[in-house]
Design a protein around this ligand. Structure first.
Ligand code: ADP
Length: 202
């Protein structure tokens, strides 16, 4: 039977990747939307050619890869350019995710995405798991992981969906306020529950 799809989301530093990796270690096929977003602009893919056509090859690094920082800079204050880029990339990212998920051999598969709800990617899933973490822990863990300032993390937090909006879309919530062992235990409990579902429903 075709695997059903679990969407996994949460704010920055909530522990999405840590949770997703543990599901993967239990044999569950996992696709990361951030990775798909990077694959679609790899050298040789049509999206990169379109971007260079529009913005010039100043957006390429010496090795032919996309210079993400330069692109971010170009669209930062240019609403039209940002929209153009989204219209180019969103469908491609969606296709990339769908074709990767279609290869899943596990009983269910996971799409992990920081912007699952905001991007509409939750419509590709049958069930949504939100990793919910008190903000002070999100800040602390992200600052430690990325070596960034509190101010930088706060500005990213502000650009993401509000905690309440995200939770409104949740079928299941994993509260990641303990240690990693506790996170893993909760993942294992959810995994047992998910194995008993058909099409993501009890
Ligand atoms: P996200 O993918 O949501 O941005 P990560 O899974 O990368 O978040 O977690 C952020 C950082 O916090 C990582 O370095 C991760 O190892 C760490 N982390 C996640 N959960 C816990 C936890 N329960 N206890 C301690 N560290 C954690």
């Amino acid at each position: 039977m075709k695997p059903w799809i679990l969407g996994l989301t949460g704010g920055i530093g909530s522990g999405k990747s840590a949770a997703a990796e543990h599901f993967a270690s239990l044999g569950i096929h996992m696709v990361d939307a951030d990775h798909a977003a990077r694959w679609v602009v790899e050298p040789g893919r049509p999206a990169l050619a379109r971007i260079v056509e529009r913005f010039g090859d100043a957006l390429l690094l010496p090795d032919g890869q996309l210079n993400r920082a330069a692109l971010r800079e170009r669209i930062f204050k240019a609403e039209d350019e940002r929209r153009w880029l989204e219209q180019l990339l969103h469908p491609l990212i969606g296709q990339e995710i769908a074709s990767n998920l279609a290869q899943a051999q596990s009983p269910y598969a996971i799409l992990v995405s920081p912007l699952l709800v905001e991007s509409g990617q939750h419509r590709m899933t049958q069930r949504v798991l939100v990793v919910d973490t008190p903000e002070h822990l999100q800040l602390e863990r992200t600052m430690r992981r990325d070596q960034v300032s509190e101010e930088q993390v706060r500005s990213i937090l502000k650009a993401q969906a509000l905690r309440d909006d995200r939770l409104k879309h949740a079928d299941d919530v994993l509260l990641n306020d303990g240690d990693l062992g506790h996170l893993h235990q909760q993942v294992e409990r959810l995994h047992q529950f998910y194995l008993g579902l058909r099409g993501g429903q009890p």
